[in-house]
Design a protein around this ligand. Structure first.
Ligand code: MG
Length: 450
């Protein structure tokens, strides 16, 4: 369903409130009681995180060329967020935000890591996997990690019992940069080099299914950061030529097949009511790749920019019996919120000895209540480029992030960021500028030489 209509988000918010009010009784009767009676265990989590998938690259977010019946079914029987953000517009920083619940400069990961880099996520950080592991969860990371490829930075050292995947992007194998062929790893060992990318999406799916089957008797956390549709695009013969959107569409349709396999596994094992399944992406589409890049639909620009196309992503959550079917949430939220939310659902809290930028969005996820407006900051390296607060978004730097350039948009009326209202609302500009200034006071100083 396209969301171009300027009035649509406001209507969605009302629709969500109406639905959530009507659904409270149903959830209480059909969800909470049944849940308490039949499932005393903590919920399991499956988090599917695509790479460079655009806002409108799946059917339920407006794609008419890519068929994603399994992803669409998750939305139809769960909740679809219209205003969900990746907290960075490129891979490594986005994953740092997701894993720690903190803007990426706090864990010191402001840029994309390459095979030559000797840095990564440090032992000082607490990942969502570590929090869940302490709560008794079996934890697996299956896919592209991209928070450091040296042993001390790997998933197995940061809360995951099991790792299978490539440690950085699938295009970081350039001979002219002295990069080795892309390694495929199991735990801390390279098991294939170069990784055969044609079958990677299917093998990730198999690994995820196996891990779920092996851990069906206790809570698990499967983090599935797909390597695709980041370029270079690859699919197996089975999926080649299936979609109306060329190789890019074939890749996304393979991911959709994988979503279906995982849901089927949960169903067959009787685990659907015990499992929250989430689907999203790390950043917006790489538009410069033309046919090999995705589509941000009605949003302006794409990957690596502070416009909505760089950050706004599909986010679908599905949890039969707990999330009312067919819900839509238009409240802003981000991948910073995943750590505090999963911690809360697992019966614990986010760390309190450090700044956690995300918040527990359980009320939004379960469609129980709205939450107060909360600023979301669009950062690039150590710079804050823009802030969103309620319907307003203020940019303070130009696209290349070099010069001050004030742009104010009403995202509810102007999702495509086409009409700069800065001249008309100077007080709002000042208010949002002050928010950025306050936020900047909480950030660590940039390193002297990057
Ligand atoms: Mg990416």
């Amino acid at each position: 369903m396209p969301i171009e209509n300027s009035l649509r988000p406001r209507m969605l918010r009302r629709e969500f409130l109406k639905r959530s009010a009507a659904s409270v009784a149903a959830v209480t009767l059909l969800g909470d009681e049944a849940f308490a009676a039949s499932a005393p265990r903590r919920p399991s989590f499956v988090l599917i995180n695509c790479d460079d998938l655009g806002y409108s690259d799946v059917g339920c977010y407006g794609s008419e060329l890519i068929a994603t019946p399994n992803i669409d079914a998750l939305a139809q029987t769960g909740v679809k967020f219209t205003d969900f953000y990746a907290a960075a517009a490129v891979c490594t920083p986005s994953r740092a935000c997701l894993m720690t619940g903190r803007y990426f400069v706090r864990p010191g990961l402001p840029r994309v890591l390459f095979p030559r880099d000797k840095v990564g996520i440090t032992d000082k950080e607490i990942t969502v996997a570590q929090i869940l592991k302490r709560q008794g969860y079996a934890t697996a990371c299956i896919g592209k990690w991209h928070l450091g490829h040296l042993p001390r930075f790997l998933p197995t050292r940061h809360g995951f019992d099991y790792y299978y995947g490539i440690p950085y992007s699938n295009d970081m194998d350039k001979k002219q940069r002295n990069e080795p062929p892309t390694p495929l790893m199991r735990n801390e060992k390279i098991i294939e080099q170069p990784a055969v990318q044609e079958t990677l999406t299917e093998r990730y799916t198999e690994e995820a299914v196996n891990f779920i089957e092996q851990n069906k008797d206790h809570p698990f956390f499967v983090y599935l950061p797909h390597t695709m549709p980041h370029v270079p695009l690859h699919v197996s013969e089975r999926f080649k030529g299936r979609s109306k959107r060329g190789l890019y569409g074939d890749v996304v349709e393979t991911i959709d097949w994988g979503v279906g396999e995982i849901v089927k596994t949960l169903k067959d094992l009787g685990l659907q009511r015990d499992t929250l399944v989430m689907f999203t992406s790390d950043n917006g589409p790489w538009l410069q790749q033309k046919d090999h890049g995705g589509s941000a639909g009605p949003l302006r620009a794409g990957k690596a920019t502070a416009y909505e196309g760089g950050h706004r992503e599909p986010f679908i959550a599905n949890w039969p019996g707990r999330i009312p079917a067919g819900s839509i949430c238009a409240d802003p939220a981000s991948n910073l919120d995943i750590l505090p939310t999963l911690a809360s659902l697992a019966g614990t809290k986010a760390p309190t000895d450090r700044i956690i930028d995300g918040r527990d969005i359980t009320p939004l996820l379960l469609c129980k209540d709205d939450m107060d407006d909360y600023p979301f900051f669009y950062m690039r390296n150590w710079d804050v480029c823009a802030v969103r607060y309620g319907k307003w978004k203020l940019h303070v730097r130009d696209r290349e992030q070099q010069l001050e350039a004030i742009e104010l948009y009403d995202l509810r009326a102007d999702i495509g960021e086409t009409t700069n209202l800065a001249g008309r609302y100077p007080k709002m500009v000042d208010k949002l500028k002050a928010m950025i200034a306050e936020f900047c006071k909480t950030l660590p100083p940039p390193p002297k030489a990057e």
